[in-house]
Design a protein around this ligand. Structure first.
Ligand SMILES: Nc1ncnc2c1ncn2[C@@H]1O[C@H](COP(=O)(O)OP(=O)(O)OP(=O)(O)O)[C@@H](O)[C@H]1O
Length: 410
């Protein structure tokens, strides 16, 4: 299967990873008081947040205090950044909570700490381009300017990935095969094939299939020599429902494809006498191989999600009862699927304010109540709770992501 084309740039090909990751200074910005840390526009207009200035400033000089009841934990970024072996971070959660912003800011932070990093969006509704304020829609790796170590971004077109699957399956088990079998009087086997609901699968692929294929494509090309320089891979995944289906999908596909392959063997022996007449043996063998490969790739995706040594799923949520309930269910499902989870980002927490309006005071109360839920939730209370404040402008572009990342990933 063709690997996503990519044209290496000089910055990537000439890059030598540092021996000691700690030797690369982290981005930090100092702000003279009085200063509202949530006013991004103030930082930009004052010129205090610029890529050239970031290396001169002391690390983590910007401290943000949380507005709601304190739960003093950090993301333990030191643990995330340590080691040169490749690590994968999957960020997921309810739609619109800030998965993309958190994923992009984490990727920028890794790159600023010396890790050649790749950030990938497999969300069918991509917003990585918007987040980086760069066009990433071409389906190829695009260099992101700014961070210290190379940072590349990729939006995988799920439609295209799905088409690939449809092509493989059509030749192997769709109507083509059914007609072929009917023609040979193998209606019974055709019915068995029907039971596998393969036709349905082709017409309306289950949510998660395109994402699983997209992830498997990334795994595939990351195995090549050309891309082994990437030590951190950050995935911006699709909203919760898709992720959950994606996790059960490999089992479903594994079983279905397994059955199809068995069936194929039966058909193959039953028709050995006449298959030469049809002259299709070679095509069918090729399709079988492709299907088997697809099955292996699905298994790899599942293994990657479950690999405690290299992978971590980070749940992103917001401080509302609905979002937290959904996060709790997500965690339960991830645990069932043996997917390692350590961190929970609570994004968009209201910043402190001396004079709350009525609306803000109500909102703050709601947020406090929601965060209290996390503390008593059996699925979420054991996670490292990371607080991310609501800022007053959209997070777009590397400097803004750097700013957000320095508040979240500490
Ligand atoms: N901490 C924050 N403060 C202010 N705005 C934020 C914050 N986090 C995210 N946003 C904004 O919220 C919007 C949605 O964020 P984002 O695209 O990151 O969410 P998402 O979970 O990836 O969404 P989707 O599920 O639609 O892909 C964006 O406009 C983003 O700039």
């Amino acid at each position: 299967m063709a690997v996503t084309p990519y044209h290496a740039t000089t910055s990537m090909s000439s890059y030598t990873p540092p021996n000691r990751f700690t030797s690369v200074s982290r981005a930090g910005f100092s702000h003279p008081t009085p200063f509202n840390p949530y006013k991004l526009d103030a930082i930009f207009s004052s010129g205090r947040l610029s890529l050239s200035s970031k290396r001169k400033q002391p690390r983590n000089s910007l401290k943000v205090k949380s507005a709601v009841a304190p739960i003093e934990t950090t993301a333990d970024f030191d643990e995330m950044v340590s080691g040169t072996q490749r690590k994968y971070y999957m960020l997921g959660g309810k739609g619109g909570v800030g998965k993309t912003s958190c994923a992009a800011s984490l990727a920028v932070k890794f790159a600023n700490n010396g890790h050649p990093t790749l950030v990938v969006s497999t969300d069918p509704a991509h917003s990585l381009s918007d987040s980086f304020a760069q066009d990433l829609t071409g389906g190829t790796l695009v260099p992101v300017e700014g961070p210290i170590a190379p940072l590349f971004a990729l939006e995988i077109n799920p439609e295209k990935a799905r088409e690939e699957f449809r092509d493989v399956s059509k030749t192997n088990g769709g109507t083509g095969v059914k007609d072929f079998m009917d023609g040979m009087g193998l209606g019974m086997l055709a019915d068995q094939l029907g039971e596998l609901k393969l036709g349905e699968l082709l017409d309306t692929p289950p949510p998660g299939l395109d994402e699983a294929i997209a992830i498997s494509k990334v795994i595939q090309f990351l195995e090549s020599q050309e891309y082994n320089m990437f030590t951190r891979i950050v995935f911006d995944t699709a909203p919760t429902g898709h992720t959950l289906r994606l996790l059960s999908l490999p089992d479903f596909l594994d079983a279905s494809i397994g059955k199809i392959l068995k069936l194929r063997k039966k058909i193959s022996s039953a028709t050995s006498a006449i298959k030469n007449v049809f002259g299709q043996e070679e095509t069918r063998q090729d399709a079988s191989d492709k299907l088997e490969k697809l099955r292996e790739r699905m298994i790899k995706v599942r293994e990657l999600f479950r690999d405690t040594n290299s992978t971590e799923f980070v749940i992103v949520t917001i401080p509302t009862v609905m979002a937290i309930s959904e996060s709790s269910r997500l965690r339960a499902s991830l645990t069932k699927e043996n997917v390692p989870v350590k961190r929970l980002i609570v994004n968009q927490i209201l910043p402190p304010s001396a004079s709350d309006c009525k609306f803000c005071a109500m909102k703050r109360k709601d947020q406090t109540r929601a965060i209290d839920l996390i503390r008593s939730d059996p699925e979420l209370s054991s996670l490292l709770l990371v607080r991310a404040p609501l800022v007053d402008v959209e997070i777009r572009g590397v400097p803004a992501l750097q700013f957000l990342g320095d508040m979240i990933w500490k």
